[in-house]
Design a binder for this molecule. Structure first.
Ligand SMILES: [Zn+2]
Length: 389
């Protein structure tokens, strides 16, 4: 009998996605409702609510929850929650929405109907308060701050029925996985302690090392990829998946690894985002999340270990999923192995380190990438991708 970590909040998983007849009826009804256009971040949150990744939320947060999450990292009922999940509208539209109305939530980019929300509250927020608490900065050059500052003036709260999974089930067949599906797979394999590895990139030897350390101390590894919007220059998910699979096939025991993806959009919130990544993995059934150096950070907004330290500030019972804190990893020529600052006494000149930018350049120019840095099977796939650009 396996015993996975329970879903967050003390109850069962709470996917908000309607299916079959109920979905068809709701879609028909949505056509006549007031339409609220959502930003890409809000759209990704609808998908996350739909699949149950945000259990126990039942929709977009009201002002009491928003404030309590920003300031105390908990919902107003005391349940741990590190980042506000809110939907916004411009003031003119908010004015015509009456409390108690159902509104249709629309993907602002393609016009798709994503859900119906019963509006229980309309409220304005202090955006600077949100940003300084969640992102530790109000600098609009921070991509997460920018999205908060650009959102509508009025937040709309209420329970949501989700009506779409977007392009994910078709585009990422076999990779897109619901929390109830990953839990079932873990149980089937007899796992109870599972490590999640969050990634937006192909995995090189340093990532492989992190993943293997985690696999050694738990029952299995869940390589969980971000499938939300990408930054220009990022490796597309299809190529990344293939490269990761080549690494699994050649250098892992495949029975001990599951590769999957989920529709989150990065907020680059560093420490607070590391916490929500752990909360989400709890819903997926993972007992541990690998938290490396500068997890979910961007630029120089966070210290390299802030995302690890923030877990120490949580109260007992806040979260069941624990961080596996691992230092930055590299290949050391003197150690003749992958190591970290915790295990290698040598200096920078003995270590092989290649930045993402330099690596791209080397792949495009056909330069050889040292086998200590990346596996040849992985490099072959990336080289092939760059040669097609
Ligand atoms: Zn060394």
């Amino acid at each position: 009998m396996t015993k996975l970590v329970p879903p967050h909040g003390g109850g069962a998983l709470k996917p908000l996605l309607l299916r079959d007849d109920k979905r068809a009826e709701a879609l028909e009804r949505a056509a006549s409702l007031t339409k609220v256009q959502l930003s890409s971040r809000e759209v990704s949150d609808v998908f996350m609510l739909g699949m149950g990744a945000y259990t126990p939320l039942s929709g977009f947060m009201n002002k009491a929850d928003w404030h309590s999450v920003c300031v105390d990292m908990k919902l107003s009922n005391g349940v741990f929650w590190p980042i506000p999940i809110t939907a916004s509208s411009n003031a003119d539209l908010a004015d015509i929405i009456i409390i108690g109305d159902d509104v249709a939530l629309i993907d602002g980019e393609n016009g798709e109907v994503l859900g119906i929300m019963k509006v229980t509250e309309k409220y304005t927020i202090d955006k600077a308060l949100e940003c300084s608490n969640v992102f530790r900065t109000t600098d609009v050059n921070h991509p997460g701050v920018q999205k908060v500052m650009e959102q509508g003036e009025v937040n709309l709260a209420g329970p949501v029925d989700v009506l779409s999974e977007g392009r994910f089930p078709q585009t990422y067949k076999g990779l897109y996985m619901l929390p109830e599906q990953s839990r079932a797979m873990f149980v089937e394999r007899g796992w109870s302690r599972v490590s999640a590895f969050q990634t937006r990139n192909p995995m090189h030897r340093s990532h492989e090392y992190l993943a293997k350390v985690a696999t050694e101390v738990t029952d299995g590894l869940f390589i969980h990829q971000v499938l939300g919007a990408l930054k220009p220059g990022d490796i597309p998910a299809e190529v990344r998946t293939k490269a990761i699979q080549a690494m699994i096939d050649n250098y892992f025991v495949p029975e001990n690894v599951i590769q999957a993806g989920y529709p989150i959009e990065m907020r680059y919130g560093g420490p607070r985002e590391a916490l929500i990544h752990a909360l989400i993995r709890q819903n997926f059934g993972c007992s541990h999340l690998i938290v490396g150096r500068d997890h979910a950070g961007v630029g120089d907004y966070y210290g390299p270990y802030d995302a690890q330290h923030i877990f120490d500030e949580l109260w007992d019972g806040a979260l069941h999923t624990a961080p596996l804190k691992i230092d930055i990893t590299f290949f050391c020529k003197k150690c003749d192995s992958i190591a970290t600052n915790k295990t290698c006494p040598h200096g920078d000149k003995d270590r092989i380190s290649i930045s993402g930018t330099r690596q791209r350049e080397m792949l495009i120019n056909g330069e050889e990438i040292p086998k200590e840095f990346s596996r040849p099977e992985v490099i072959a796939i990336l080289r092939e991708y760059y040669s097609r650009l």
